[in-house]
Every structure is written in structure tokens, then in C-alpha cells.
Design a binder for this molecule. Structure first.
Ligand code: DLL
Length: 436
């Protein structure tokens, strides 16, 4: 029997859910109009008042909110609750530009914990489990978010945080934790580090992996599952909207269930911002309908995905989002061609001779964009003859050309020569930006 399962919300009839969302949306719009000068200004400029919003179908009337808005109104300009009701401040990891902050009331924290707890329960985690959290604790939402959810489930939480991989391995081994929460790139790093000290997946007791905070492919999932001997699940979220737990895969692994009683998801065309129907890929936009501290109205995530609305085989009726394919701002334009790093990753992972550790370097030489990809080979391949390595590099380069339509220089590098990350991996260095 699962320990945290909100059947009433998670399996609610879609019509009923829509009514609940209508009601909560109207309340949220009214609250932000009355309490947040930023939203009032935006709505006034758009010529709408809360009375014009009768439910979800009126969402497109509301203006979008962007990260730039949050920066402009930094630090507290988008808060809707008085400071005495704010009990926590978190911040985005700030990999792209100045960080933004988020404020939570106690209700927000309780809802956040519940969202993560629902996700953990949906993959089978119970109070009998030991949950090792290697997301960073601190301003980043990963550590405290996963911690809160696992505590709510009643599991024994190991707040390992990031860093000191050796100690993480000792803990995983000695405590025999069943669940690992970290970024997928760190999961791979851990797997490799375990191998180096002569530990195998059989020496550990991992059953579930809860991986997110950065895009990862299906091929990466298989790789991690094989190496760590666990089932790997995707968890999604963002500081502006909540943190981890906005959505998470259930044991069916057929998309991440969005907690629809808390968030309304839309998909919009990334160029025109027109709403798109379920099944079509576009930019994910969220409106929060229970948040008190910092509600978000039509927040443009810049994450590209597809929504599905059919009931899942697990019984949940909540809408599901596919794995994030990329962020719109991750897209590289190389010689006029749109390139997503995930496309390159999927090609790399098709080749058993190389490891899923790579770096993409983009530059401009003599007014022409260049693309160079460094990929680690595995130990066996590394000891092969030079001729074999050259053939392999050529083969991968040809594959990349057939997928992207542009040439890439592929450089095979020694095992373990590419820097590992403990949090979100940085895999692209676009030197062209330095010249701007
Ligand atoms: O990364 C929250 C989080 C922590 C999610 C732990 C999952 C696990 P931010 O630092 O604000 O918050 O970054 C949010 O990270 O807009 C996506 O671009 C990316 N992201 C988060 N989860 C996923 C995922 C946390 N599962 C930004 N797949 C988001 C792909 C993800 N990208």
C-alpha cells in the first residue's frame, strides 16, 4: 500500500478538475491583481480585470510572465503575501544570468512537500525506504524539495547534499539506501566512481532513482539503470513555479504527471506564443493556482515539450508532459542550422565504444561557425589502435551530420578527462558569445 497517495486529486475526473482549476485560477488572478503591483500593471496594460477571467479558457487573455520580469522586480516585487507570512526563500541556480528568488508561505511548503511525496509514491517509494538526497541543499530547490517530499512519505532521508563523492559512496554502501535523488549527470558520475573503487551495483541496494534539474535522454536512462541497477525516473520543476515536483514520472514512465490541482500547464508556439493543442511540441507555460508567496501567471519556462491528456495506465488522470527536449535558450544556431545539445547526446549514446561524457565547443573562425565535440572513449576502445579510433571518430561525425545536417569535428578523448559535474552539467561552451 503506498504511503502518500492523493487519489481524490490525482485521479479526479478531468471535468471536475477543470472546474477546480477554474475556481482556483479566478481566486489567484484576483489575489495577484489586488496584491502585486507588477501583475496589476500588466493586466491594466492588457485592458483586463479579474472579472474578465472566468476560468481556464480565459487564460490566453492574461499576459505572460518571464524571467526578465522577475529580474526587473527583484527581489520581492512579485511576492503576493506579506513578509510575515513568508517562511522560506530559495533561489534559482543562476546558470544563465542573474539569479531570481522565490518566496514560500507555510502552505506553499506543505503543498510542495505533497507534490514531491505524490511523485515518490507513484514510483513505489514508501516509509520503509531510505532516500539518499544528493541534490544540493541550500538556495537551490533540489535538496530541500526532495528532502521535504521524502520526509512526508515517511522515508528515512539521508541529506547527503552535493560533493565528496567518496563519502557519498560510503554512505550508499553502508546505509544500503534504496532511493537516490540527484541530477542524471551526477548519477553517471557516481556509477563511474563506484566502479573505480571496485564496488558493483550488487554491493548497493538502490531500487529507485529520482533524477532531474537538467535534460536527459532515454539512452541516458538506460545507461544509468544498467550501471546502478535501479529504475530511473524523471522529476521536473523550476524555482519560479515551485522547485522539483511540479511533475514527475510514475512507474509507467509514460511522461511526467503534472500536479493539476496546483498548476495549469499550457503549451505555446515558441515564436508566436499562440496556444498549441495537446500532442504538439512547444514552450511550456505554467500558472500556479494555489501558491501564496509568489504566484506565477502564465510563466514562460523556455522548456520545450509535449503535453498528453489521456488517462495514464497507472490510473492517474493528470496531464503528462514528455521529457524536456531542450530549453529554447539552449538552442545553438550553427551556420544557420538550429541545433539542440540533446540531439548530439542521442547520437553519442548510440555508440557503445564511447561514454556519455562529452563537451560541445562552438566557435567562429574566419566568419564561419565551427562545431567541435569532445567525447570520452571507454577503457577498451582507448587501448585500440589509432586507426580504429580514427574510424570511430569519423563514424560518429557522419552520424551527427546525418542528424543535424551540419559537419562536426569529433575528437575522442581519454577516459575520465572531461570534468564531471555535481549539480547541473555544463556541456556546451559557445565561444562566439565571448566576442559579443
Ligand atoms: O532545477 C528544480 C529541480 C531540482 C528539478 C531537482 C528537478 C530536480 P531551477 O534551478 O530553477 O530548478 O531550474 C529549472 O531546470 O526550467 C529546466 O530547464 C531544467 N529542468 C528541471 N528539471 C528538469 C528535467 C530546478 N527533469 C530548470 N528535465 C527548468 C529537463 C529540467 N530539464
Amino acid at each position: 500500500m503506498p504511503n502518500y497517495w492523493n487519489e481524490a486529486m490525482e485521479c479526479m475526473d478531468p471535468e471536475e478538475m477543470r472546474k477546480l482549476q477554474d475556481e482556483r485560477l479566478m481566486q489567484t488572478v484576483k489575489r495577484v491583481y489586488e496584491n502585486v503591483p507588477f501583475y496589476r500593471k500588466r493586466m491594466d496594460e492588457a485592458g483586463i480585470t479579474p472579472e474578465d477571467i472566468h476560468g481556464v479558457e480565459d487564460l490566453p487573455k492574461l499576459p505572460f510572465t518571464t524571467k526578465a520580469d522577475l529580474r526587473d522586480y527583484y527581489p520581492f516585487g512579485t511576492f503576493a503575501a506579506p513578509m510575515e507570512d513568508i517562511v522560506r526563500i530559495q533561489a534559482s541556480s543562476g546558470t544563465t544570468g542573474k539569479q531570481i528568488i522565490a518566496g514560500y508561505t507555510q502552505n506553499d511548503i506543505d503543498n510542495w512537500d505533497e507534490c514531491v511525496a505524490r511523485g515518490l509514491t507513484s514510483i513505489g517509494v514508501t516509509r520503509k525506504d531510505k532516500v539518499h538526497v544528493s541534490y544540493g541543499y541550500g538556495l537551490f530547490t533540489g535538496g530541500l524539495g526532495a528532502h521535504g517530499g521524502a520526509s512526508k512519505v515517511g522515508a528515512a532521508v539521508v541529506p547527503a547534499s552535493v560533493g565528496n563523492t567518496k563519502r557519498q559512496m560510503t554512505l550508499l554502501h553502508d546505509l544500503q539506501s534504496t532511493t537516490l535523488c540527484c541530477t542524471p549527470s551526477y548519477a553517471l558520475h557516481l556509477a563511474e566512481a563506484l566502479q573505480e573503487v571496485g564496488l558493483t551495483k550488487e554491493d548497493l541496494n538502490l531500487q529507485y532513482g529520482v533524477f532531474g534539474a537538467e535534460p536527459w535522454t532515454e539512452a541516458m536512462r538506460t545507461e544509468i539503470e544498467n550501471k546502478l541497477g535501479l529504475k530511473a525516473y524523471d522529476i521536473y520543476g523550476l524555482t519560479e513555479v515551485l522547485g522539483p515536483g511540479v511533475s514527475m514520472e510514475c512507474s509507467e514512465k509514460q511522461g511526467m504527471h503534472i500536479q493539476a490541482d496546483h498548476f495549469i500547464a499550457e503549451i505555446v508556439d515558441p515564436d508566436t506564443f499562440e496556444p498549441l493543442p495537446a500532442g504538439q511540441e512547444g514552450e511550456l507555460v505554467f500558472t500556479t493556482i494555489t501558491k501564496e508567496g509568489m504566484p506565477m501567471i502564465r510563466y514562460r519556462t523556455k522548456d520545450l515539450t509535449v503535453l498528453h491528456t489521456e488517462r495514464c495506465a497507472c490510473g492517474r488522470t493528470s496531464p503528462r508532459m514528455e521529457k524536456i527536449r531542450a530549453r529554447t535558450d539552449d538552442m545553438l544556431i550553427i551556420r544557420g542550422v538550429n541545433v539542440f545539445p540533446s540531439q548530439i547526446e542521442s547520437v553519442i549514446l548510440r555508440h557503445a565504444e564511447v561514454e556519455p561524457h562529452y563537451m560541445i565547443y562552438v566557435d567562429r573562425v574566419d566568419n564561419t561557425d565551427t562545431l567541435e565535440i569532445h567525447i570520452e572513449v571507454n577503457e577498451t576502445t582507448f587501448s585500440d589502435q589509432v586507426k580504429k579510433l580514427e574510424d570511430l571518430a569519423r563514424e560518429i561525425s557522419a552520424d551527427i551530420q546525418s542528424v543535424l545536417g551540419i559537419k562536426a569535428a569529433v575528437l575522442l578523448v581519454e577516459p575520465r578527462s572531461i570534468q564531471r559535474s555535481e549539480g547541473k552539467a555544463v556541456r556546451v561552451i559557445d565561444k562566439r558569445k565571448l566576442y559579443k
